[in-house]
Write a protein that binds this ligand. Structure first.
Ligand SMILES: Nc1ncnc2c1ncn2[C@@H]1O[C@H](COP(=O)(O)OP(=O)(O)O)[C@@H](O)[C@H]1O
Ligand SMILES: [Mg+2]
Length: 187
């Protein structure tokens, strides 16, 4: 586990968290579980893609940055609204590149990232076993090539090869600055 140092104080008691990583790392599963654990709203960035984006990915083509612009803006708007309302929230979003994360931080500067990673073979097995999803396995390698891990100064934690989503939730709960040892809720 790698904890990336924080350069900012937390801005809210109800945290905004983005669970990030390539396809199959467990973003959706983990983010949903984490939101329930924190008692905050959950959203999945996959649900904010346009029909054209989904059709493009389903045909095996990776999105380019011009496709991603409106989508990242929509994800950022959700985080901005949760931050402004003070409710916190957990978003599952690949957020593969530093500049994508910079967009997400514009309206939610305190957003905390949980980067999930796993071995390629494990990811392939998970993706090929998932028939109902629009992301074909062929896109995995382009996503792995695009991934820029969290950099110094980005609030967040990276977790490789977590046993299951529950384990990932425990890791991020322990590392969230909003929850110190003395006031962590017993839930
Ligand atoms: N930490 C984990 N360890 C092992 N398997 C996991 C983990 N998290 C999720 N899974 C399983 O991997 C598959 C992909 O999870 P999913 O949440 O859909 O990933 P993503 O949203 O990142 O594409 C699902 O079958 C899920 O049950
Ligand atoms: Mg998902």
């Amino acid at each position: 586990m790698t904890v990336v140092e924080s350069t900012q104080d937390p801005l809210s008691r109800a945290p905004c968290v983005v669970v990030m990583g390539v396809s199959g790392t467990g973003k959706t599963t983990t983010a949903r579980l984490l939101a329930r654990r924190l008692g905050v709203p959950f959203a999945d960035a996959d649900d904010l893609h346009s029909r054209a984006d989904i059709d493009k990915m389903a045909s095996g083509l990776p999105l380019d940055d011009s496709d991603r612009g409106p989508w990242l803006a929509a994800v950022g708007d959700w985080l901005r609204a949760r931050t402004a309302a003070g409710t916190g929230g957990v978003m599952a979003c690949s957020a593969l590149k530093r500049r994508y994360r910079d967009v997400l931080r514009t309206g939610a500067p305190g957003v905390y990232f949980l980067l999930l990673t796993a071995d390629r073979d494990e990811l392939l097995a998970r993706i090929t076993g998932r028939t109902e999803h629009f992301m074909p396995a062929a896109l995995l390698d382009s996503q792995l090539a695009a991934l820029e891990p969290l950099q110094p100064g980005e609030r967040g934690v990276a977790l490789h090869g977590s046993r299951n989503a529950q384990h990932a939730v425990e890791v991020v709960m322990r590392s969230l600055p909003e929850y110190t040892a003395q006031d962590r809720p017993d839930r």
